[in-house]
Design a protein around this ligand. Structure first.
Ligand code: AP5
Ligand code: ZN
Length: 214
């Protein structure tokens, strides 16, 4: 079962992918987390991606597709995966279809987490994460101990690309380059729209219902 979580920056893709992948026993593939891990380790991929990410632009399709392809071929993805942050362009979506065909699978459902832009800015400005990708919010989802991850005790930090000017850029890039995927998947009968402004638990319940129905 391959699930694609679609939605603007700050919609809650990472937050929800964590819970849903656990609950459905699927791998969680976050393109953003893989890029950030590579940036931290200063790999070739990380150095290449860093400029794009810090400017709030998309990393080129060929690089991103190759990275996801490698990830999808790992053994923990045999039963499927929850994809969070990929695909982000129609070319990436076409490539995903081809990769899954090779693996004998298809995209099962594409929940679209809909959140208006003004809410996104508030969410991203209050977001704190650990380097494993666990996500918190100072007001909406605070950690038990301030500054520490509940899951692994790691230090929490704010992302470089969550500065207001970069957030604006990311939202604009989403609207221009990624939002066409809403129609792309609607035409294929795979899209389920979920109201992402609800409480985190309620969004999870709606997402699981959409996935089970599809
Ligand atoms: P990526 O890491 O994917 O960033 P993003 O898509 O901008 O998504 P975010 O991680 O910002 O938001 P989210 O939807 O996961 O929300 P979250 O759960 O954290 O990508 C980063 C960069 O990498 C891109 O800009 C690009 O440069 C590059 N990149 C990545 N993938 C790429 C690709 N495929 N192609 C090319 N380039 C790529 O939630 C946000 C906040 O809100 C948190 O604080 C959370 O606690 C809070 N929150 C969540 N849900 C709720 C709720 N229901 N109510 C209240 N608060 C909530
Ligand atoms: Zn953590």
């Amino acid at each position: 079962t391959y699930i694609v979580l679609l939605g603007p920056p700050g919609a809650g893709k990472g937050t929800q992918a964590e819970v849903i992948s656990e609950s459905l026993k699927l791998a969680h593939i976050s393109s953003g987390d893989i890029f950030r891990e590579n940036m931290k380790n200063e790999t070739e991929l990380g150095k290449m991606a860093q400029g794009y990410i810090n400017r709030g632009e998309l990393v080129p399709d060929d690089v991103t597709i190759a990275m996801i392809r490698e990830r999808l071929l790992r053994p923990d993805c045999v039963n499927g995966a929850v994809l969070d942050g990929f695909p982000r362009t129609p070319a990436q979506a076409d490539a995903l279809e081809g990769m899954l065909k090779e693996l004998g699978g298809t995209v099962h459902r594409v929940p679209y987490i809909n959140v208006p832009s003004e809410v996104l800015v508030k969410r991203l400005s209050g977001r704190w994460t650990c380097r494993q990708g666990h996500v918190y919010h100072v007001v909406f989802n605070p950690p038990q101990v301030p500054g520490k991850c509940d899951v692994d005790g790691l230090e929490l930090f704010q992302r470089e690309d969550d500065q207001p000017a970069t957030v604006e850029r990311r939202i604009r890039v989403y609207l221009e380059q990624t939002s066409p995927l809403i129609e792309y998947y609607r035409e294929r009968g795979l899209l389920s729209e979920v109201d992402g402004t609800q409480a985190i638990d309620k969004v999870t319940a709606d997402l699981l219902a959409a996935i089970q129905k599809g």
